[in-house]
Design a protein. Structure first.
Ligand code: COA
Length: 181
């Protein structure tokens, strides 16, 4: 996958050597459940998942340029809620130690640029659970438009069913607002 670079970050493919960094944030109960996945208690389970990241090739590892450490991930993958082949769905998580510095916004802007300018996508979607204020704020600050709430649309790992707050950005909106980036 294409490596992307921002002021503070490198977005690159995953490597098995990232396991310790991945496990560090993937075991945190404040991280995964907000994105719909169970925190890992066992490093070997985390390794299995990391191997799928390497195979699937649609999830960037977010690397802090100064520390040369993986601190999160961001994806552009097929959106099961939409049939448009020029659509991709964004998703992201960040290690809790790095929250509150607009690091994810930096990664999101870079992936939007890649999606619209290189992949020539028509629309990029993104979703958050209703109580996830932090994700909502990243999505709003990046300029996504709120579409509405898809009720009872996601069954979490613990069996709880959540609404999805739905947002998207069209190619035209990206290019209109690009200078804000
Ligand atoms: C969502 C997430 C990626 C945000 O990344 P970030 O780089 O911290 O984003 P920002 O710095 O732009 O902060 C977003 C908002 O959260 C608030 N925030 C930051 N740290 C916080 C904390 N520890 N507790 C509560 N709110 C916090 C900020 O004030 C900001 O709101 P504002 O712009 O109105 O001031 C990160 O919180 C995360 O990974 N959460 C767990 C996984 C997740 O929810 N993924 C998204 C699934 S849809």
């Amino acid at each position: 996958m294409r490596t992307l670079e921002t002021n503070r970050l490198i977005l690159r493919e995953w490597r098995e050597s990232d396991l310790d960094d991945y496990f560090e944030y993937a075991q945190n109960p404040n991280v995964g459940p907000n994105a719909g996945w169970k925190p890992y208690s066992d490093k070997s389970e985390a390794l299995k998942m990391l191997k799928t990241f390497i195979e699937n090739d649609d999830l960037w590892a977010i690397v802090d340029k100064n520390l040369i450490k993986v601190i999160g991930s961001i994806t552009l993958r097929n959106d099961e809620k939409r049939e448009n082949t020029k659509t991709k769905m964004m998703g992201f998580v960040l290690s809790e130690s790095y929250w509150g510095r607009e690091i994810m916004l930096e990664a999101v802007k870079s992936v939007l640029q890649y999606g619209f300018e290189e992949l020539k996508l028509e629309i990029i979607s993104v979703y958050h659970f209703p109580l996830n204020y932090q994700s909502k704020r990243v999505i709003e600050k990046a300029g996504f438009k709120f579409e509405g709430v898809l009720r009872d649309s996601f069954t979490n790992f613990n069996g709880l069913v959540y609404d999805d707050c739905c947002y998207s950005m069209k190619k035209s909106e990206y290019f209109e607002n690009k200078n804000r980036f």
